[in-house]
Design a protein around this ligand. Structure first.
Ligand SMILES: [Zn+2]
Ligand SMILES: [Zn+2]
Length: 209
């Protein structure tokens, strides 16, 4: 990831994360309560182009140990962890803020005891948050649909020519054609910020600038 992109996206992620924590607290879900949910950190991951995000759990709480007998075998799992590392995939940060916040909340729910999978407890929280705050948190996202909602063409084949980022709000714009000399004079339609060219693609050759 390019430095400027990393910087802008990290700031964008941190802002949205703060917003989400406040919104959740306003409906009684306090993700800053360490006794209840443990320590949480969040960062951008560049590894996956499919997955929206993930939540890596550490330090299981021994009081939440569940032993299940499956025939002769025993399976052990924990329903509460004290440390959580959330990763949001970089491509998600191209999408609109609502979808990024959806993804953050999805991963935050996994930090709540008994919510480490997409079972009943997870769904209970997702439904409650959707109802109270108007989100659309699901077990699985639809990448094509989310691109369309963000007014971006679905770029699975990377058949765009220019990728531009707003230095103000982190909005990403793809263009087939662009007069790069005029770019300096253009401004972001959302916040009026300066635009910066990040990538150029020419006939299948991808160049990170
Ligand atoms: Zn999940
Ligand atoms: Zn902007």
């Amino acid at each position: 990831m390019k430095n400027i992109e990393k910087e802008i996206f990290t700031q964008k992620l941190n802002n949205l994360y703060t917003q989400v924590l406040q919104e959740l607290a306003s409906i009684g879900i306090d993700m800053r309560n360490k006794d209840a949910v443990g320590d949480i950190d969040i960062k951008i991951s560049t590894r996956s182009t499919k997955r929206y995000g993930c939540c890596k759990q550490e330090n299981p709480d021994k009081q939440y140990k569940v032993v299940e007998k499956l025939g002769r075998r025993k399976s052990i799992r924990y329903e509460k962890f004290k440390t959580h590392h959330i990763e949001i995939s970089k491509w998600v940060l191209d999408l609109n803020d609502e979808i990024i916040k959806n993804t953050i909340i999805h991963e935050l729910i996994h930090c709540i005891p008994f919510c480490n999978n997409h079972g009943e407890e997870f769904k209970k929280y997702a439904n409650y948050i959707n109802k109270k705050l108007g989100y659309n948190i699901k077990a699985r996202g639809n990448k094509k649909e989310d691109y369309e909602k963000s007014n971006l063409t679905y770029m699975e084949n990377e058949n765009y020519s220019y990728k531009i980022i707003c230095e103000g709000c982190g909005q990403v714009i793809y263009r087939k054609r662009l007069n790069t000399k005029l770019l300096k004079r253009y401004r972001c339609g959302k916040c009026g910020g300066k635009l910066k060219l990040l990538e150029e693609n020419h006939q299948g050759i991808k160049k990170e600038l």
